[in-house]
Each structure stands twice: as structure tokens, then as C-alpha cells.
Design a protein around this ligand. Structure first.
Ligand SMILES: Cc1cc2nc3c(=O)[nH]c(=O)nc-3n(C[C@H](O)[C@H](O)[C@H](O)COP(=O)(O)OP(=O)(O)OC[C@H]3O[C@@H](n4cnc5c(N)ncnc54)[C@H](O)[C@@H]3O)c2cc1C
Length: 386
């Protein structure tokens, strides 16, 4: 077992890092200030460099690299900010992967090349006002009526709502109860009967718009069915990879905070010497470093074991859960290590802390991941309702 990046992976990381540091900080600052997602010019630049759909097959416009390569790219961009990295997350881990793994070929051909060229932003919409952790309680209905689907219902917390051009909408597609009746359809933005509520005002995730979405007898062509009723298991398999993207975003928040603070503690002087010379500060940095490395190894295990396939629920849940927890802890410690400057918006770490917190809710809460892990340990799902 070799824990070092090979030559190609090192070169990829280095190229992305240089690009990110040179071209993205000002853009990320604007996004944070104005709460507006990255513009089409940024998407076009990402597309030019092969960062959209890093791990999607070349036949659909992707770069055809591995999930591990996609992790390397996403981390370097997300170290600048999660909002500027969001299009990479969506195109290499999120809804694009559900389409690329399970949609009919015509839909893949229609959507994925546009995602990879930066001409289409897609988002995933699962959660509803009364179906968060209890996702299989969702009630949005996609009824097949002759040659079309009629969609009715309401969604909540969709990252990208109002901004994305198309949405992977988890819906009830048969009369069967629970997971068995759930499938997913692709809904394009300007479809009649599809509207958005007022923009959410989140603690972090600025530049990642969120809003309620309403479907009032929305007509969707049959060819937009990604998976029919009974496809929930497949959607969750694709979601195992989304969890690795979530893990990477969490890790990037933590790693970039640590990188910043490592310099800060060597510069900042109190009592006539750099604060790194105090043993209490040294111990905290050592503890942070151990947690970052452990988190990175769990993430790499999940994606490397998956190879070109989808990761296991256990390995992706372990990686996500650990990264979500340490990202909150590490970014919080980094704020503290910078004293008043850590708490100031003039410095980058308070944003990292706010962004880091969200990943432990998005994509399934930390405790729900722990339930997944325990299920995998004993080989059966726990019925939360009895
Ligand atoms: C920043 C952000 C981005 C998001 N992006 C998206 C998106 O793009 N698309 C989308 O569809 N959704 C998105 N979500 C929604 C997210 O998936 C849900 O918020 C999440 O699944 C939790 O659901 P909930 O908010 O309804 O909380 P609840 O389900 O009400 O949970 C509240 C608390 O109760 C605990 N809890 C609930 N049930 C159990 C149980 N059985 N055992 C133990 N503890 C339990 C949870 O762990 C949690 O701590 C996003 C959320 C956030 C914060």
C-alpha cells in the first residue's frame, strides 16, 4: 500500500493549486460579499481546464479521470472557498453523477456535455418541509400521465435553487409507500408551473443559493425520468459518492484554516515571542494535524476503494461523518488561535467556520451517518419508525 500521490496526481494537485491561488481569491471574496454564485465566466474557465465533470466519461464531455482525481481537484479549489468550488462539486460528485450512473443514454447525452462545458448548472432536490432525515417520507408526486409526467409538491433546502438551470427532483412515482415508490426526474428551470420561494439566509454557504421550490402541475417529458419508482436504492448509491464530495468540502475548510493559522502563530507575538513558542499552542496544532491526516486517509480510502465504481455506504459515511466533525472542531480552534483577529470578518477563518458547520447537516446529518455506519457493522438497516 502506497500512501504517496503518484507523479500524475502530484502534477494535477500542483496545477490546480497554482490556478486556484492565482485566479480565484478575488472572485471568492466577491461571492462572499454579494452572496451571488460564481458567474458563467468562472464556469467557462473551469470547463476549459477540465474541472467540470473531472470523473465523468469523456464521451459525455468529462475529463475521464478517477473519483480520486476529482477529490484532488475539488479540495484545491474548495480551499479558496466552498462557493467557488460548488460547480465542481455538483458536476463531479453531486447530481451529475446520479445522471451519469443511472439515467437513460438520451438524457445523459442531452445534459452532461452542457454541464461539463459550463453551459448548464444542475442541482439536487430531495429534502421537503417534512422530509429531511426521514427522506422516504417525501410526498412530491411525479405522476406519469400518457406521454408526460405531472409534478406537484414542494421542496426545501436545495443548494442552487433559483440559480441552477436544471434539478434532479426526488419524487413519489408510484402508489407504493416508503422508498419503493421513489424515483427521480430532471426538471428544467423555466418550465411552466415551477416557481421559487424567497431566498434563504444561511449562516454560511454564501454564494450557494437556497430556496423553497414549488411545483404546480408542472409538465415534464417522459424522457426526463432519471430512475423510475423503485430507483431509490440507486439514487442512494450515487449519493455515496456525493458524500465523498461533502467530505472533501469539509476537509478543505479545515485544511485551509490550519494552513493559514500555521503561519499566523509563527508571526503573532505576545509576551515578547511568537505564540507558537507556547506549548499549549503547539499541542493544539499537533492535534489538528493528526485529525486532518486521519480525515484525509478516510476520504482517500472511500474513493480509492471505489475506483471508477461508486463508494460503499460504510466507507463514505465514515469519511463524511469524521470530516464533518473535525471540520467544525478545527475551524473553531483556528478562530480561537487567532484571538480577536480570528473573530473578525477582515480575516478568512470565521467564514471557514460558518461554511464548515453546514456540511454536517447537508447530505444527511452527522448522526444519520452514524446510524448508516452502525447498520453496515451488523448488516441490516434500523427501522427508525418502530
Ligand atoms: C447547507 C445545506 C445545504 C443543503 N443542500 C441540500 C440540497 O442541495 N438538496 C437537498 O435536497 N437538501 C439539502 N439540504 C437539506 C439537508 O439534506 C437536510 O437539512 C438534512 O437531511 C437534515 O434534515 P432536516 O433539516 O429536516 O433536519 P431533521 O431531519 O429534522 O433533523 C434534525 C436533527 O434531528 C436528528 N435526527 C432526526 N432523525 C434522527 C434519527 N432517526 N436518529 C438520530 N437523530 C435524528 C438529526 O440528526 C438532526 O440533528 C441542505 C442543508 C443544508 C444545511
Amino acid at each position: 500500500m502506497d500512501f504517496n500521490l503518484n507523479e500524475q496526481q502530484r502534477a494535477l494537485t500542483e496545477t490546480v493549486r497554482k490556478f486556484a491561488k492565482k485566479e480565484l481569491p478575488d472572485i471568492a471574496n466577491e461571492i462572499e460579499k454579494n452572496d451571488k454564485p460564481p458567474g458563467r465566466d468562472v464556469l467557462k474557465r473551469f470547463a476549459e481546464l477540465g474541472f467540470l465533470g473531472v470523473n465523468l466519461p469523456t464521451e459525455f464531455g468529462g475529463a475521464g479521470l478517477s473519483h480520486f482525481d476529482a477529490v484532488l481537484v475539488l479540495e484545491e479549489i474548495a480551499k479558496i472557498s466552498i462557493a467557488v468550488a460548488f460547480p465542481i462539486f455538483e458536476s463531479s460528485f453531486g447530481p451529475a453523477l446520479a445522471i451519469s450512473s443511472f439515467a437513460p443514454i438520451e438524457l445523459k447525452n442531452n445534459i452532461l456535455p452542457k454541464v461539463c462545458s459550463g453551459d448548464m448548472v444542475i442541482a439536487v432536490s430531495m429534502s421537503e418541509p417534512n422530509a429531511g432525515s426521514a427522506l422516504t417520507d417525501l410526498v412530491t408526486k411525479a405522476e406519469v400521465k400518457q406521454d408526460k409526467i405531472i409534478l406537484n409538491g414542494q421542496k426545501r433546502w436545495c443548494s442552487g435553487a433559483g440559480h441552477a438551470d436544471a434539478y434532479v427532483v426526488y419524487s413519489r412515482m408510484s402508489e407504493e409507500k416508503g422508498a419503493k415508490g421513489i424515483g427521480a426526474v430532471l426538471l428544467e428551470k423555466n418550465t411552466k408551473g415551477f416557481s421559487f420561494g424567497k431566498p434563504e439566509n444561511h449562516m454560511g454557504f454564501r454564494g450557494v443559493p437556497s430556496a423553497d421550490m414549488y411545483f404546480d402541475n408542472v409538465e415534464i417529458p417522459l424522457k426526463n425520468i432519471i430512475v423510475p419508482a423503485g430507483g431509490f436504492k440507486k439514487l442512494m448509491e450515487a449519493f455515496d459518492l456525493e458524500r465523498c464530495g461533502n467530505t472533501t468540502m469539509s476537509l478543505a475548510c479545515a485544511q485551509s484554516s490550519y494552513d493559514y493559522v500555521l503561519n499566523y502563530v509563527q508571526d503573532r507575538k505576545q509576551f515578547g515571542k511568537p505564540i507558537i513558542d507556547f506549548q499549549a499552542v503547539q499541542l493544539q496544532l499537533a492535534e489538528i494535524k493528526m485529525k486532518l491526516d486521519a480525515s484525509r486517509l478516510l476520504l482517500y480510502r472511500a474513493v480509492v476503494n471505489a475506483d471508477k465504481d461508486l463508494p460503499s455506504i460504510a466507507e463514505s459515511s465514515i469519511a463524511k461523518c469524521f470530516a464533518n466533525e473535525i471540520a467544525r472542531e478545527v475551524t473553531g480552534k483556528c478562530v480561537q488561535l487567532m484571538g480577536g483577529y480570528g473573530y473578525s470578518k477582515e480575516y478568512p477563518i470565521e467564514q471557514k467556520m460558518r461554511d464548515a458547520w453546514g456540511w454536517g447537516i447537508a447530505g444527511g446529518s452527522i448522526d444519520i451517518q452514524k446510524t448508516n455506519i452502525a447498520s453496515a457493522l451488523i448488516g441490516r438497516r434500523f427501522n427508525q419508525r418502530n
